[in-house]
Design a protein around this ligand. Structure first.
Ligand code: NAD
Length: 274
């Protein structure tokens, strides 16, 4: 598995991990166990997903040593002023004594507490409770403000990113500032994207599936990617993307699918705290 270097202490993140959004707690253990068996070592959950306990059961039941795993969870929007308690709650549900990566889930501009929340994450990092800290759904403006007002530059920004919404401007800002880009909904949530004829053509050319073509595009762009599936055959399919290469013209054909369309909320206006 390819790994990418984070900007803190030489910590490496697997470039491809397993996402568990919308996987109910009682199914999360089965899905994560299947992912670990298929070779995934990085798992992405969040307090919001209400499945940290299920993820924790899979980790506890696995023979994979803790130091080979990379576990990410996220601070929910209502917890920006109680970072330490929220973090401890997540660790307890996951059954872990440290975390690999902790993210602020959304900036929540109306609430305007993300700088305070970031200082909380900085404390956890300095105390050695988490190996790396980052953000999710932060705009360039949000990142610039953090960099002006706080000490540590986020390791990673997890954002919506897929061929219909490639986020070139945010990626360029990340690259210029040593921040890794992590793509959420990398497969466009498996909706219309995977039926695009251009992807079908590339799938036939490389003897792969449209999902594998899209994941390979992410890998070659340098994104960290966290596809989700609860179907064991797809879980295996989605990690099997390291043994073929897209040509520059293939990358351009996928680039042409840009419609500048989001599937999820716009961080500039998303203010949900409940
Ligand atoms: P995704 O793009 O990974 O798509 C998942 C869906 O695609 C599956 O439910 C399935 O229907 C389909 N699919 C998966 N593999 C397939 C295959 N091989 N062939 C055909 N169809 C396939 O969408 P996602 O779950 O929204 O995003 C991935 C992860 O990103 C989440 O699980 C979560 O961990 C994270 N995420 C984070 C945020 C955030 O705000 N930070 C928001 C959304 C998602």
């Amino acid at each position: 598995m390819n790994t990418l270097l984070l900007n803190t202490n030489g910590v490496q993140i697997p470039q491809l991990g397993f996402g568990v959004w919308r996987v109910p707690d009682d199914e999360a253990a089965t899905a994560v166990s299947a992912a670990l068996k298929a070779g995934y070592r990085s798992i992405d959950t969040a307090t919001l997903y209400q499945n940290e306990a299920g993820v924790g059961r899979a980790l506890a039941g696995s023979a994979v040593p803790r130091e080979k795993l990379f576990i990410t969870t996220k601070l929910w929007n209502s917890d920006h002023d109680r970072v330490e308690a929220a973090f401890e709650g997540s660790l307890k549900l996951l059954g872990l004594d440290y975390l690999d990566l902790y993210l602020i889930h959304w900036p929540v501009p109306e609430q305007d507490r993300y700088v305070e929340a970031w200082r909380g994450l900085e404390r956890l990092f300095k105390d050695g409770r988490v190996r790396a800290i980052g953000v999710s759904n932060f705009t360039v403006g949000n990142l610039e403000r953090l960099m002006e007002e706080t000490q540590i530059v986020p390791s990673i920004n997890q954002i919506e990113l897929h061929p219909n919404f490639p986020q070139a401007e945010v990626r360029a800002f990340h690259e210029a500032n040593g921040i890794l880009t992590e793509a959420w909904s990398p497969l466009g949530q498996g909706k219309g994207l995977l039926e695009e004829p251009a992807l079908g053509t590339l799938a036939a050319k490389h003897g792969r599936t449209p999902a594998q073509i899209v994941l390979r595009w992410h890998i070659q762009l340098g994104n960290v990617v966290i596809p989700k599936s609860v179907t064991p055959s797809r879980i295996r399919e989605n990690i099997d993307v390291f043994e073929f290469t897209l040509d520059p013209e293939d990358m351009a054909a996928i680039g042409a699918l840009n419609t500048d369309t989001r599937l999820g909320p716009d961080p500039a206006t998303f203010n949900r705290v409940g």
